[in-house]
Design a binder for this molecule. Structure first.
Ligand code: NDP
Length: 331
């Protein structure tokens, strides 16, 4: 057991109902009990971090708190021996950054069962470019493939395409040979979505409310990152036997649909969770991103920031002004 060390963390405090994050010096003695102490080199910014940092009690109940639902770095203490001291690991999801001090600090202490070994030949910076958003996109695509989705079946739609999850889904599906239709509310992102590999970019009106119970089948399969009414409209437009991976709710948590897409066309609605799933499922997707699924364009366009830039970057998330992947580099 090494002695306690001091480290820097971007910690959020509550004062009279207002929440403010600042850089503070903490000690590893301040971290929760756990099996594995990790020196975090990189984290990744997610909408959930912005919610945590702004005091959303559905994400983080008590303050002061260090957000950061993603972290990657080197194991410096390991009570279980696995992962081994000196090895690199990725930690995403479970309770990290929610009510367990997260990746916006230079150290985290977590259960061994949360740690994915870093794929060989890969590093923390690359992993955190994908982060939870990329992992979720990978899980969505994996579910479609497991259901038998193939490029020759026809076009695959991605909703919320310019978002963190959607953009990785667009690039990955295009890389796998699918004809990708990006559905986006941002007309000025059409060229960048085409650069990621979309063959067509449609506005959100492609999924606008239509009173007809079923519509002409337009897509063989889809990744839906928005939920709500657009998902209900998407289900009406899926070809017989097709599947929709559903992971998000930015357009609302309600899903008002009929059983018709399911019983007339055999459409499959596939739920995707990236947080509480078995570690092996996460590991399988990380291994793919480090190999055949490498998304070169996403990796090339990621922005790197330091702790001093966190407040501005998280506010942009809350205002819906964030785009592309942002990683936090603790160096
Ligand atoms: P982002 O904010 O980066 O992107 C969401 C995108 O959705 C936006 O860029 C926008 O894309 C579109 N959008 C925003 N508001 C609306 C609206 N009212 N109606 C329709 N489209 C809208 O978020 P992420 O990509 O990081 O996350 C997407 C969703 O996935 C979120 O709901 C998030 O909570 C969820 N998520 C779930 C996970 C899981 O484990 N299931 C893990 C990670 C995220 P455009 O302008 O191109 O239309």
């Amino acid at each position: 057991m090494t002695s306690d060390v001091e480290f820097k963390a971007w910690r959020v405090e509550e004062l009279d109902g207002n929440y403010k994050g600042t850089e503070q010096t903490l000690s590893t003695a301040d971290l929760p009990a756990g099996e594995v102490l990790i020196k975090v080199s990189h984290s990744s910014l997610n909408y959930k971090d912005a919610l945590s940092a702004s005091g959303n009690k559905g994400v983080s109940r008590s303050f002061p708190h260090t957000p950061g639902i993603d972290a990657a770095g080197e194991v410096v203490e390991s009570a279980t021996g696995t992962p081994a001291v000196g090895s690199q690991v990725i930690v995403t999801g479970y309770d990290l950054g929610m009510n367990t001090a997260g990746g916006f600090g230079e150290y985290i202490r977590v259960p061994a069962a949360w740690c994915v070994p870093m794929p060989s030949g890969w590093g923390a910076q690359a992993a955190m470019i994908y982060g939870t958003a990329g992992l979720t996109a990978g899980l969505c695509v994996q579910k479609l493939l497991t259901m038998g989705a193939r490029p020759e079946q026809g076009r695959v739609a991605v909703s919320g395409a310019s978002g963190a999850v959607g953009s990785v889904a667009v690039e990955l599906l295009a890389k796998l040979g699918f004809d990708v239709v990006a559905i986006s509310g941002k007309a000025d992102h059409a060229e960048s979505l085409k650069a990621l590999g979309a063959t067509q970019v449609l506005g959100r009106d492609a999924l606008a409310e239509d009173r007809k119970p079923m519509l002409k089948p337009a897509f063989a399969n889809a990744v839906d990152t928005v939920g709500g009414l657009p998902l209900a409209e998407l289900l009406k437009q899926i070809k017989p036997g097709g599947s929709v991976s559903c992971c998000g709710l930015v357009a609302g948590p309600q899903l008002q649909t009929t059983v018709l897409p399911f019983i007339l066309r055999g459409v499959n609605l596939l739920g995707v969770d990236s947080v509480e799933i078995p570690l092996a499922d996460k590991e399988a997707v990380w291994e793919k991103f480090a190999g055949d699924w490498k998304c070169e364009k996403t990796e090339a366009s990621a922005k790197r920031i330091g702790r001093a830039d966190l407040e501005r970057a998280l506010n942009a998330f809350l205002k819906g002004e964030s785009s592309g992947k942002i990683i936090l580099d603790h160096a």
